[in-house]
Design a protein around this ligand. Structure first.
Ligand code: SPV
Ligand code: MG
Length: 436
C-alpha cells in the first residue's frame, strides 16, 4: 500500500461478494482506500431501493479489510463526490465502459483529468451476478412487514414516489417490472394503488363503496402473491369509525403500506364527478376523530393513514382545504392527499406550497388524472412526495378489449386486429412456469 496516496471506490454494499473484495484488494495496492457508500437516494436515481439501510451497509463496508474510511456518496454519478474529495486514484470494475454507466465514466475521467487523478479499471468478476442476487433477495421483500416498510423508506429517499393503479395481478406485474432508462436517469413505478374506481369497474359495479373489504383484500392478496412492491389502498370514506378500526387492523396485517380515506360522508360518489352529483363532505372534526381512532388501532409502526381532502373537488375553497389539512395532521394523519379535478395543477400547487411551509415533514400525495400535463418530476419539485396514477391501466385495458371485441364482430374474424394483440407465443411464455 502506498501510504501517502488516496484511492476512492464507490460501492452500494447491499451484497458483499468476492467481486467487491477483489476491487478493494486491488484498490488498496494504490493507497489508502476510501469507500463511497451510495445513499438510498443515490441508488434510487437508477435502481430499486437496496435491501439494507444505509447505516447497515456502511457498517459492513467499514469492517472490510483494506477499507480505511467510508463516506456517503449522495449521487449515483461518482464524479460529484470525486470532485470534492480529489483522490489520487479511483478504482472501478471495467463493466462501466458500455451502456448507461459509460456517461458516468466519462464524467469521472473529466474530473480526474482536471486535477491529475487517475482511473484504474479492473476486470469485472464474471462468476457472480449481483443482479441475480438482487432478484433472489428481492423476492424476500414480499413478506408482509418488509413490503409494508418500503413506502416510508421510498418517501424518505426519493424526490417523488410514483405509484400505479393495479386492479389485478397481471396489471400489477406490468408495473412491477416496467423500467425506463434515459440518458441521465431511470424511472420505475415504486408501488401500487388499489383504486376503488378500478376495483369496482373490474367487477362491473359503480364506485359507491359497494365492494366489501373481503373482496378488496382478496384482490390485494392475489397481487401480493406475484409482486414485491408496496401498495396503497383507496378505502373510500373508511366507513363508520367502528368499522374503520377493523379495516385498519386487517390491512395492516396483510402488509398494505397505507390506507387513504376521503373526507366525505353519506353515499360516496367518485370525486371526478365533483358537484355534478350530490356529494357531502364530512364534518372536519368528525373526520379528524376517525383518523385518530384509526391510528390508535394499527399494530405495526410502519402502517400509514393518509387523509384525503375533498374541499377543492367540492369547491369549498383553499382556506377550507388548508384548515382541514392542519386538523387531520393534528389528529395523527401520516400524510395528506389533496384531490382536484381541474385541468390545471394551479390549485394543487397552491395547496402544496402552503402545506410544505407549515408541515414540511408530512408527506403530500396527489392524483393528477385531470391535470395530466405536469410531470411527476415537476410535482416532486413543487412539494409533493407521492404521485398516484389512479386508473390508467384499467382505462387502457378497457379500450383495448372494446376495440378487439368490436373488430372481431366487424370483420367476422380476428385477422384484422391480430397486430394489436400480444402473440400466442408471447402469451404462452409471459408467465414462466416452474413445473414440468
Ligand atoms: C380512485 O382511484 O378510486 C380514486 C381516485 O379515488 S379518483 O377516481 O380520482 O377519485
Ligand atoms: Mg376511489
Amino acid at each position: 500500500m502506498v501510504a501517502n496516496k488516496s484511492v476512492y471506490v464507490s460501492i452500494s454494499g447491499d451484497f458483499i461478494h468476492h467481486g467487491i473484495i477483489n476491487i478493494i484488494e486491488e484498490a488498496s495496492k494504490y493507497g489508502v482506500v476510501t469507500v463511497g457508500c451510495l445513499t438510498d437516494s443515490a441508488i434510487t436515481e437508477f435502481k430499486n431501493l437496496p435491501i439494507l439501510s444505509f447505516q447497515h451497509r456502511k457498517k459492513v463496508l467499514q469492517n472490510i479489510k483494506g477499507v480505511s474510511k467510508v463516506v456517503p456518496q449522495e449521487n449515483w454519478d461518482d464524479s460529484i463526490t470525486i470532485k470534492l474529495l480529489k483522490p489520487d486514484f479511483i478504482v472501478h470494475g471495467d463493466d462501466w465502459q458500455e451502456g448507461s454507466q459509460s456517461r458516468i465514466r466519462e464524467n469521472c475521467i473529466k474530473v480526474l483529468n482536471s486535477y491529475g487523478g487517475k482511473l484504474i479499471e479492473i476486470p469485472y468478476t464474471t462468476d457472480i451476478s449481483a443482479i441475480q442476487l438482487g432478484r433472489d433477495l428481492y423476492s424476500n421483500r414480499a413478506s408482509p412487514s418488509q413490503r409494508q416498510q418500503l413506502l416510508r423508506r421510498l418517501i424518505n429517499s426519493k424526490k417523488i414516489v410514483r405509484i400505479m393503479e393495479a386492479h389485478s395481478p397481471i396489471s400489477a406485474l406490468i408495473s412491477e417490472n416496467m423500467f425506463f432508462e434515459g440518458e441521465y436517469n431511470s424511472r420505475r413505478f415504486d408501488g401500487f394503488w388499489s383504486s376503488s374506481l378500478t376495483d369496482s369497474t373490474e367487477m362491473g359495479k359503480p364506485d359507491i363503496e359497494v365492494l366489501d373489504l373481503s373482496h378488496r383484500t382478496k384482490n390485494i392478496s392475489d397481487i401480493f402473491d406475484v409482486t414485491t412492491k408496496p401498495l396503497i389502498i383507496d378505502l373510500d370514506t373508511g366507513g363508520i369509525p367502528e368499522h374503520f378500526v377493523h379495516s385498519v387492523n386487517r390491512l395492516d396485517r396483510l402488509g398494505v403500506s397505507a390506507v387513504i380515506i376521503e373526507d366525505k360522508t353519506g353515499l360516496k360518489r367518485n370525486s371526478l364527478f365533483g358537484n355534478d352529483v350530490v356529494q357531502t363532505q364530512a364534518e372536519m372534526n368528525e373526520f379528524a376523530e376517525k383518523i385518530k381512532i384509526g391510528k390508535a388501532a394499527q399494530v405495526s409502526k410502519d402502517f400509514m393513514i393518509i387523509a384525503r381532502i375533498e374541499s377543492l373537488i367540492l369547491e369549498k375553497g383553499m382556506a377550507d382545504a388548508c384548515s382541514r389539512g392542519r386538523a387531520y395532521i393534528n389528529a395523527g394523519a401520516d400524510g395528506i392527499m389533496i384531490h382536484s379535478r381541474q385541468k390545471s395543477p394551479r390549485e394543487v400547487l397552491e395547496f402544496a406550497k402552503f402545506h410544505k411551509s407549515k408541515f414540511p415533514d408530512t408527506p403530500l400525495f396527489c392524483v393528477p388524472s385531470s391535470y395530466n400535463e405536469i410531470t411527476a418530476e415537476e410535482l416532486g419539485s413543487s412539494g409533493f412526495d407521492v404521485v398516484i396514477y389512479a386508473n390508467h391501466l384499467m382505462r387502457a385495458s378497457y379500450k383495448a378489449m372494446y376495440d378487439t371485441a368490436s373488430g372481431i364482430l366487424k370483420n367476422d374474424r380476428s385477422l384484422e386486429i391480430e397486430d394489436k394483440l400480444i402473440s400466442i407465443n408471447e402469451i404462452l411464455k409471459l408467465i414462466p412456469s416452474t413445473g414440468r
